[in-house]
Design a protein around this ligand. Structure first.
Ligand code: TYD
Length: 205
């Protein structure tokens, strides 16, 4: 049986990951492909610890967060029932919402980026994707999409944070360009146009 393809989506909040993942999933299913859709943090016990920390219910240091995301990712790969390796082996295309690029961008900004990078990229049980699609939108554009109903001050604070995250993502992507297939897709266009570009990229794998 032919092994499936491993496709990752990344992007700042509001970049349209969910919409584009929905569209790609439907497109592949229409082609008769088996598809496994997944996301990080996962539903594992470790994923629960991460969500507790992300919502402020518990406190974790930057290194704890980086290590927990890595542990969650390893389990995501090797879980014998619904892991990425298992799904690819069974011939499914795997579409994943966020992966180690998020760790390199977020945790890499909060603790030693070289350590975060090595922990992820040198781990024998963390697979490199066949394709990473970075949906790129300026924070102004993304905030414009979600502007209604928010206080101005809050918007500017968020916008500043999004700008820093985006800059870090672009830096991470540039540093991996020679080693991986990563495509920065302009997400400020109509969703059908973006979808068409993504379908062409996936067809090329
Ligand atoms: P999530 O609930 O998936 O929301 P989103 O729709 O923004 O993807 O939130 C995941 C959060 O976890 C998001 O703010 C990014 C962060 N994150 C990291 O900091 N490091 C990582 O390795 C991953 C996978 C996510």
């Amino acid at each position: 049986m032919k092994q499936g393809r491993f496709i990752v989506f990344e992007g700042i909040d509001g970049a349209g990951k969910t919409t584009q993942i929905d569209l790609l999933e439907q497109h592949l299913r229409r082609q008769g492909k088996a598809v496994w859709r997944t996301a990080e943090p996962t539903d594992s016990v470790t994923g629960g610890l991460l969500r507790d920390a992300l919502c402020g219910a518990s406190r974790r240091s930057a290194c704890e967060m980086a290590a927990l995301f890595t542990l969650d990712r390893i389990h995501h790969n090797v879980n014998p029932v619904v892991g990425i390796e298992k799904m690819l082996r069974d011939g499914r295309d795997v579409i994943c919402d966020r992966y180690y690029y998020s760790s390199l961008a977020y945790q890499g900004s909060e603790t030693d980026p070289e350590w975060v990078r090595r922990m992820n990229l040198d781990c024998p049980e963390i697979r490199r994707p066949d394709l990473c699609i970075f949906l790129d939108l300026t924070p102004e554009q993304s905030m414009e999409r979600i502007r209604r109903g928010r206080a101005t001050q809050e918007i500017y604070e968020t916008q500043e944070r999004l700008e820093a995250v985006r800059a870090k993502f672009l830096q991470v992507i540039a540093s991996l360009r020679d080693a991986e297939r990563i495509v920065v897709v302009n997400a400020a266009r109509p969703m059908e146009e973006i979808h068409a570009e993504i379908c062409a990229l996936v067809a090329d794998l």
